[in-house]
Design a protein around this ligand. Sequence first.
Ligand SMILES: [Zn+2]
Length: 381
Amino acid sequence: MRICQRCIYDENVPGISFDEKGICNYCRQIDDLEKQYDTGTPKGESRFKEIIDKIKKNGNGRKYDCVIGVSGGTDSSILLVKAVNWGLKPLAVHYDNTWNTAISTENIRKVTKFLNIDLFTHVVDNAEADDIFRSFLFSGVPEFDASTDIGLVQVLRSTAAKYKIKYILEGHSFKAEGLSPMGNNYFDGKYIDSIHKKYGSMKLKTYPNMKFYDFMKWVLIYRQQFVRPLWYIEYSKHEARKILEDMTGWSYYGGHHLENRATAFLHTIYNPQKFGIDNRNWSLAAEVRSGILTRHQGLKKYSEPIIHDPELVSYVKKRLCLSDSEYEEVMRSAPRSWHDFKTYKKRFERLRPLFSILAKAGLVPMSFYLKYCFPFPDNKR
Ligand SMILES: [Zn+2]
């Protein structure tokens, strides 16, 4: 099997290609982003300083000048600490899908309390959350946890609009985590709607789904901007954890994506067992590219079995009222993909020239433009 000479991506990664040196297109994509954002260089730092000044100026005289989404995980927690150090006035926002682990709930409380930051939490009705999760399992698609990501963005944007805050800060780092390979998964508000309509059983009243016109309203009229500080500045997850532990009593939950039970089920059980998808490769590839692991260490870790919490399957069955045979059926039925359901994808592709301008102006995330506005290279239909 062909493996990239620099990272650990192999020929099974969707949309992969190799250049004459045997280096994959995803490594090149990260190189390009580093150049574009001057990541971790004095130039990147000073570009980011200008953004901070703009945020402060815009929020002058207001209680908050930015919104930061928090999950209790490393990246979003350290971003709160950094924002306060930069002299910003963040409002922390949490979307509670009711599957949080106790550690992450405690982490959110400890960090916001220590920093004296206000926290706004939107708690979805747990029966609704479970009805959506259940419908995703019965639909047979891999994006089990899509409703959490969409719900978080919608809550971030609607809270920002409510308090007239223009800037939304995100703790994503393409160097530390990589970008998910194109075609691996896809989701948007319409996808959630069409799957839930088909397989769900109750009306959604508290789930914050994102509709296309909402999205365009936040972008074009409210001119909300997503800022990803870690795309500009040097960042080490390891150091971040140490700072959080020493400073706020925050505690580590033992692995990437494990702070929420739905995400943990997706990454450690559902995706690998049903679809043969091992999402560890994004973060391992990223760690190899940035020299935290050698390529050999990365490949070795990738070959180790995925460990999951032995209680997790029975938790999922109980929460989603699945009998043993229904669970077996879900895990054994033929996999389906987002191509089988309605989405906004074609519309996003048609509007690519507009989104190109909006991404350059910072009005939609660059990763949205790169992932959502181009046909996937391995499109089957
Ligand atoms: Zn590579």
